[in-house]
Ligand binder design. Structure first.
Ligand code: SF4
Length: 354
């Protein structure tokens, strides 16, 4: 117990001195903690700062967020990816407004009943906003604990997560869960880094079992991640003078619920990509005769590694065109919340004359 108390104290002391100054740490307003924690999932702190500030300027309260239109919410999320996170915050804000008088509830049952609040976010809000000790384990904490306690099991195993959660809860219950839980995550991010842990400058080195045993670089025990499932899609960028055609994607599609340039996964196909694009394009306008290839690019979309192959297709007469989507000017495209592939195309259109 004495050892745990010392570890707890060293972590808190380090955090109080070395913590980064971040906008959501100014007041620890529960709404700020909640939004920042959702934004920080799969995104670097440096990137989130600007998004967070813009968000709070537009939606300074849960009420303002609940009353906003979904397009406005998605626009502010543009570029962060995983748009379901933004939709969930918006949905939860409406429920908080209706059922909890506009205040983020404090009890775990109500909190975890809100859209998008899973075990990790529940832990973050409870510890950081309300100082209620709960386990909170992210990738940084998994790595730090694997080393501190020289945990040999593969980290994605259930028993590993159970061990990390127990340790996290034990430490948080010793007091100051706000500083302790952030201290653990921050230590993992800044000192106990994956490739170059700064053991010589580490405030908890004296507690670290893997440092003593010389197993630091073997921890965490982590199986190699499978890279995303590769898929190829063509994107059709129909152009009518200064206007472009977009379609709202179905819920089960790659960019569910968002406006995007029409896209098609390339199936088993014996011809060239260009021929495939032309076959698809003619379903919109039989009189088409030209495709202008843009630079293809790769990027990750949820579990997929997408190779995007866009073509600009000038059309002659709008009345011959059949499509259920809408036409947008370049200015309107800039206002819309688009998925990353469409943003990359929009940016390329700005730099090129077609
Ligand atoms: Fe991580 Fe090294 Fe500190 Fe151990 S001593 S917690 S391995 S930085």
């Amino acid at each position: 117990m004495k050892q745990e108390n010392d570890l707890h104290q060293d972590l808190i002391q380090w955090f109080q001195i070395h913590q980064r100054k971040l906008p959501w740490r100014k007041t620890y307003e529960p709404y700020h903690v909640w939004v920042s924690e959702i934004m920080l999932q799969q995104t670097r702190v440096e990137t989130v700062i600007e998004y967070f500030q813009r968000w709070m300027e537009s939606f300074p309260s849960i009420q303002a967020l609940a009353e906003a239109h979904e397009d406005e919410v998605l626009k502010l999320w543009e570029g962060l990816g995983y748009y379901s996170r933004a939709r969930n915050i918006h949905k939860a804000a409406k429920r908080i407004q209706e059922e909890f008088s506009g205040e983020l509830p404090r009890d775990a049952k109500s909190l975890s009943s809100l859209s998008g609040i899973g075990a990790y976010t529940l832990g973050a809000i409870s510890n950081i906003a309300f100082e209620d000790p709960r386990p909170i384990v992210d990738g940084n904490v998994q790595r730090l604990f694997s080393r501190l306690f020289d945990w040999e099991e593969e980290i994605s195993k259930k028993k590993s997560m159970k061990f990390f959660e127990e340790k996290s809860l034990e430490l948080n219950q010793l007091g100051k869960p706000r500083d302790l839980s952030q201290g653990l995550m921050e230590m993992g991010a800044m000192i106990c880094k994956p490739k170059n842990p700064n053991c010589n400058g580490c405030p908890v080195q004296r507690h670290c079992l893997s440092y003593t045993k010389g197993t630091v670089m073997q921890r965490p025990n982590k199986q190699k991640k499978q890279s995303g499932i590769p898929i190829q899609v063509i994107l059709l960028v129909f152009q009518d003078g200064g206007e472009y055609y977009l379609e709202k994607q179905e819920e089960k599609e790659l960019w569910a619920g968002m406006w995007s340039f029409p896209y098609f996964r390339i199936p088993e196909w014996k011809g060239t990509e260009e021929e495939f694009a032309m076959v698809r394009a003619k379903e919109y306008d039989a009189s088409l005769w030209d495709l202008l290839p843009m630079k293809s690019f790769r990027h990750g979309v949820t579990k997929y590694k997408v190779q995007a192959i866009p073509y600009v297709i000038p059309i002659d007469e709008r009345k011959k065109f059949h499509g259920k989507g809408k036409w947008y000017t370049r200015e309107q495209l800039n206002e819309l919340s688009l998925p990353k592939a469409s943003v990359m195309i929009r940016n390329a259109l700005e730099q090129t004359c077609f």
